[in-house]
Design a protein around this ligand. Structure first.
Ligand code: TYM
Length: 329
């Protein structure tokens, strides 16, 4: 029996190379070794206000991006979170297990609600519980994510362990898969911050669908550090970040990357890095246009049906263990 992986992304904003290098790229390389579930988490998206028409469109666009990245629907299960209502049901149950204190300690909640806790929806606080439900429903072994989701995975493990202790062995305790390189791609404009879909400064992110001109311009504008060395050095976050992007886009070793730029200037370095990104994204960008709405619907419907069978089994077990018994079934 293959072990299972589960991961997902929100259909909000535009996906950037951070999402790709931190997560999607690894989903693709792990999908043959594991039984894989990749979810479009549209219920997570509404923890912040969304335009309904745009959310609808972005949900299908994200399915296109998953497929164009190389996720093979013959091998992996791709589905939309809201199609499998068990996610929302288990989230309610786990909301009664998770503790306010542990949710309030989540750094993402603290960042997003800073100074406005009276005005943000309660869903922003309980967001990691829905994420825990996503993962635990599938008895997941491994969760490939970027660094920013690590704390949510730790909470998932804590909630699962608490449930197992109180109600008996029910959930598998999942492990995070965080890539050694690329788990936290930083903003090109403000290298102290992570590259983020919600960043208002569009020059900070290279989006997967940016054209060659835009990529070149953004790379030219990228902030650099003082000094001239082009080496991997954590104390020089801007150059370190660009070199990491170059490394992942070319598949070279760290030593080869440093040797390639020895004695060269920042101008040359930025041009070559922009070219590497453009070349890397080209086949992806060609593929993304290929899928018709009809094809997507079939893939997503099949995915949801497969996911639902497994999710229901786990949820039934949870209800049984907790004494949640209705009159109909
Ligand atoms: P989301 O949609 O914000 O991001 C999708 C994936 O991209 C990773 N990521 C990054 N990796 C490297 N550098 C960056 N700058 C960067 N920015 C984002 C994220 O870590 C993530 O892996 N809560 C999740 C979605 C989710 C989920 C799940 C993930 C819901 N349920 C269950 C795994 C399992 C999120 O908002 O990802």
């Amino acid at each position: 029996m293959k072990k299972r992986i589960f991961s997902g992304a929100q259909p909000t904003g535009s996906l950037h190379i951070g999402n790709y290098l931190g997560a999607l790229k690894n989903w693709v390389s792990l999908q043959n070794e594991f039984e894989s579930f990749f979810c479009i988490v549209n219920l997570h998206a509404i923890t912040l206000p969304q335009d309904p028409q745009i959310l609808k469109q972005k949900t299908l666009d994200l399915a296109r991006i998953y497929l164009a990245s190389g996720i093979d629907p013959e091998v992996s299960t791709i589905f939309i979170q809201s199609d499998v209502s068990e996610h929302a049901e288990l989230a309610w149950v786990l909301n009664c297990i998770a503790r306010m204190g542990e949710l309030e300690r989540m750094t993402q909640f603290k960042d997003k609600s800073k100074g406005k806790t009276e005005r943000v929806g309660a869903g922003l606080l309980t967001y990691p519980v829905l994420m825990a439900s996503d993962i635990l429903l599938y008895q997941t072994d491994l969760v490939p994510i970027g660094q920013d989701q690590k704390q949510h995975l730790e909470l998932t493990r804590d909630v699962a362990e608490r449930f197992n202790r109180d109600f008996g062995e029910t959930f598998k305790i999942p492990e995070a898969f965080i890539p050694p390189v690329g788990a936290k791609i930083q903003s090109l404009a403000e290298p102290a911050k992570k590259m983020s879909k919600s960043d208002e400064n569009l020059n900070g992110s290279i989006f997967l669908l940016d054209d060659a001109d835009t990529i070149t311009k953004k790379m030219k504008k990228a902030v650099t550090d003082s000094g001239t060395e082009i080496t991997f050095d954590n104390s020089r976050p801007a150059i370190n970040n660009l070199l990491t992007i170059y490394q992942l886009m070319t598949g070279k070793t760290a030593e080869e990357c440093e040797a390639n730029f020895a004695g060269k200037g920042y101008g040359h370095f930025k041009t070559e890095t922009a070219e590497a990104v453009i070349e890397y994204l080209r086949p992806f960008q060609d593929r993304v246009k290929n899928y018709t709405g009809e094809e997507l619907k079939i893939i997503l419907k099949n995915g949801a049906e497969k996911a639902k069978t497994i999710a229901r089994e786990t949820l039934n077990d949870v209800y049984e263990k907790m004494g949640i018994v209705g009159a109909i079934n």
